[in-house]
Design a protein. Structure first.
Ligand code: GAR
Length: 210
C-alpha cells in the first residue's frame, strides 16, 4: 500500500482521524511514521497507541531552519513515503523542503482559504462577523497557506459562537475531509498541476471542492 508520513506539533486530532480511517480501510494507504517537532505532543501517543513509528525531532536542537529541515528530510526519507501529510505541524518549511515534496504534500488549514491565512483564524473570522467559516485541504507550495485547494468544508457561524465553539465545529469538519482528500491522493485520483489541483484529470476550481 502507498506510504504516508504525518508531521504534527500538537494534539493530533487530525492524525487520529487518519488513523481511524486507516483502521477502517478507508485511507487508501498506510501511515508509516509520525514525526513531531514538539517532544510532548499528544499526537505521538496516538501514533504509539496505533503501533505507528513515532519520531521526535525537536527544532530547538538545530541552528537554523535549513539544518532542521535537512534533518527532517533524512527522517522522512527513511520511511520512503508517497505522501507527506501536515496535520497541525506549526512550522514554516524551507524552500528546499517544499520543493522536495512538491505535489506530494498536503496541509489542512482552519479557514476557507484564501481567507485568513496564518494563525488565529477563528478569532479573525469572528471579529469580521462572517456568516461562513471552515477549513481547507491544500497542496503545500512555497507561499504560506497559498497552494491549490483540494477540498473545503463550510460551517455556519452562529451569533453566539465563541473562538472555542467555532474551533470545535471546524475541527469536526477537518476530521471528515482530511481522510477523504488523503484517500483521493493515495488512489491516484488527485494531482498537483502547479496552479491548481486536478481530480480524475479535471482541474478543480480555484478554491477546490466544497
Ligand atoms: C488544526 O485545526 C489545523 O487546521 C491547524 O492546527 C490544528 C491542529 O489540530 N493547522 C494550522 O493552523 C496550520 N497553520 P490537531 O493537532 O488536533 O490535528
Amino acid at each position: 500500500p502507498p506510504r504516508v508520513v504525518v508531521l504534527i506539533s500538537g494534539n493530533g486530532s487530525n492524525l487520529q482521524a487518519l488513523i481511524d480511517a486507516q483502521e477502517h480501510d478507508r485511507l487508501g494507504g498506510e501511515i508509516v511514521a509520525v514525526v513531531s517537532n514538539v517532544a510532548d505532543a499528544y499526537g505521538l501517543q496516538r501514533a504509539r497507541d496505533a503501533n505507528i513509528d513515532a519520531v521526535v525531532l525537536p527544532h530547538g536542537e538545530y541552528d537554523n531552519r535549513d539544518a532542521y529541515d535537512g534533518a527532517l528530510i533524512k527522517v522522512i526519507e527513511r520511511h520512503e513515503p508517497d505522501l507527506i501529510v501536515l496535520a497541525g505541524f506549526m512550522r514554516i518549511l524551507s524552500q528546499r523542503f517544499v520543493q522536495r515534496y512538491l505535489g506530494r504534500m498536503l496541509n489542512i488549514h482552519p479557514s476557507l482559504l484564501p481567507a485568513y491565512q496564518g494563525l488565529g483564524t477563528h478569532a479573525l473570522a469572528l471579529a469580521d462577523g462572517v456568516s461562513e467559516h471552515g477549513c481547507s485541504v491544500h497542496f503545500v507550495t512555497e507561499e504560506l497557506d497559498s497552494g491549490p485547494v483540494v477540498l473545503q468544508a463550510v460551517v455556519k457561524v452562529a451569533e453566539d459562537d465563541t473562538v472555542d465553539s467555532l474551533k470545535e465545529k471546524v475541527h469536526a469538519r477537518e476530521h471528515l475531509i482530511y481522510p477523504i482528500a488523503v484517500r483521493w491522493f493515495l488512489e491516484g485520483r488527485l494531482q498537483f498541476s502547479g496552479d491548481s489541483a486536478t481530480m480524475d484529470g479535471v482541474a478543480l476550481p480555484p478554491y477546490g471542492m466544497r
